[in-house]
Ligand binder design. Structure first.
Ligand code: HSE
Length: 431
């Protein structure tokens, strides 16, 4: 039986999971591929560090060249993360005619084309299923089983950290700061959570999804994004009274030749399948013009789920070792115009803090009407407030664009009875 040698760059969470899956399911993997797949070298930053895996000492190296320049290694698996040196290692591996498997969303979203050209020039494969939504095989599904569709819509919860925080805030009525601290203590959030909570991690993943589904390359950090740091427990409670949950959504919606995309916290009806996706779980809701609605659900992070995606890519490479060069941007009828958040129309949730004086609701509603914006529901909460205390007023508005909404809000805010516009959130319609 042929032996296929793997060089692993990084032995953290996902590297350990990958190692364990290859050992645990070795017999099945050999039967599927006709190869014995062995990890022959592992790059680590400190070979003397204590690890949960008991590995032979000669398997470890602190020198990347021991893997990248070893002619016996067939596949390099990059699990270091970050742009550099991960990108440079992958480029060298591809130039040295090694297939590459990675979970690195930042590199694929920003420099994927460069790597793909290097892979094509060397006639090897670059695979990155694990870069989006961990264990959910979404890229594979979009580019193989669903490839016969034109896609109309992808809406996803693709960050476990923020979904965990929002779920805890919703279920237990807690503040963002308190949940974040608890999530960090339990290992669900990083010590520096900024990439997750500010929406950057989701923007990288959305950019890869858009390229795969719509054939459009968008620099990930140009996708309008808003994280969850400003979502308050009050907004979550008000949304719930209207029959909605607040989720951090990655959205790409095609309409003719335009594609609307953004990363934003938004209200989704409790009856929508995405509303029941809780804690660290991820899910993607997809609409294809043949298959219609689809929902993918699973663990978007973690050692074994993400390792599962890595091992799937390794098996795929093993099965087509005489592969043809692949293409990062599928040749499909790509949308020609991008519309970013605000340019498209959406329903909106607005949370005002107002003085509790006569005529406020009438005035605000009139101004919305003057700007052509129709009101779906309104709620004022004065219960429990003492006389003279400011009160929250919540509007759910029918569809408008930010070009319509922003001047209306500016006019409303010019009145002294408006103390604050506390939140403006998109509302996803019921399908
Ligand atoms: N930090 C990500 C999340 C997992 O919380 O979902 C890796 O992409």
């Amino acid at each position: 039986m042929k032996t296929l040698k793997i060089g692993l760059l990084g032995l953290g969470n996902v590297g350990t999971g990958t190692y364990e899956i290859l050992a645990m399911n070795a017999a099945k993997i050999s039967a599927l591929t006709g190869c014995e797949i062995v990890i022959s070298k592992v790059l680590v930053s400190n070979i003397n560090k204590k690890r949960s895996l008991n590995l032979p000492a000669d398997l470890l190296t602190e020198n990347a060249a021991d893997i990248l320049s070893d002619p016996e290694i067939d596949i390099v698996v990059e699990l270091i993360g970050g742009i550099h040196p991960a990108f440079d290692y992958m480029l060298t591996a591809l130039q040295n005619k090694k297939h590459v498997v990675t979970a690195n969303k930042a590199v694929i979203a920003t420099l994927g084309d460069e790597l793909m050209s290097a892979a094509a020039a060397s006639n090897v494969l670059l695979k990155y299923e694990a870069s989006v939504a961990g264990g959910i095989p979404i890229l594979n599904a979009l580019s193989t089983a669903l490839a016969g569709n034109e896609f109309d819509e992808i809406v996803g919860i693709i960050n476990g950290t923020t979904n965990y925080i929002l779920t805890q805030m919703t279920d237990f009525g807690l503040n963002y700061d308190d949940v974040l601290k608890d999530a960090q203590a339990k290992g669900f959030a990083e010590a520096d959570p900024s990439s997750d909570v500010e929406g950057e991690d989701v923007a990288y993943k959305l950019s890869i999804l858009i390229q795969t589904a719509f054939g459009l390359k968008i620099p990930p950090l140009s996708i309008p994004r808003e994280g969850i740091t400003k979502v308050s427990k009050d907004d979550i409670a008000y949304a719930s009274q209207f029959g909605y949950k607040i989720k951090l959504l990655a959205t790409a919606k095609k309409n003719g030749s335009t594609l609307e995309c953004h990363v934003q916290p938004a209200l989704i009806p409790v009856s929508h399948p995405l509303a029941s996706v809780s804690n660290e779980f991820n899910a993607l809701f997809i609409k294809g013009n043949a298959v219609d609605d689809l929902m993918f659900y699973g663990k978007g992070a973690g050692s074994m789920p993400t390792g599962s995606a890595i091992v799937g890519d390794i098996i795929d490479i093993a099965r087509k070792l005489d592969c043809l060069p692949c293409c990062l941007t599928p040749q499909i009828s790509a949308p020609t115009k991008l519309i970013f958040a605000g340019e498209g129309k959406s329903m909106y949730y607005i949370n005002f803090l107002v003085a509790d004086v006569p005529g406020v609701l009438g005035k605000v509603s009139t101004i919305f009407g003057d700007h052509g914006i129709s009101i779906e529901s309104v709620m004022q909460r004065s219960k429990g407030k003492s006389e003279g205390e400011d009160v929250p007023v919540i509007y759910i508005l029918h569809e408008s664009s930010r070009q319509q909404l922003d001047p209306a809000l500016a006019e409303i805010s010019s009145y002294p009875f408006i103390k604050e516009v506390r939140s403006i959130l998109r509302v996803e319609p019921l399908n």
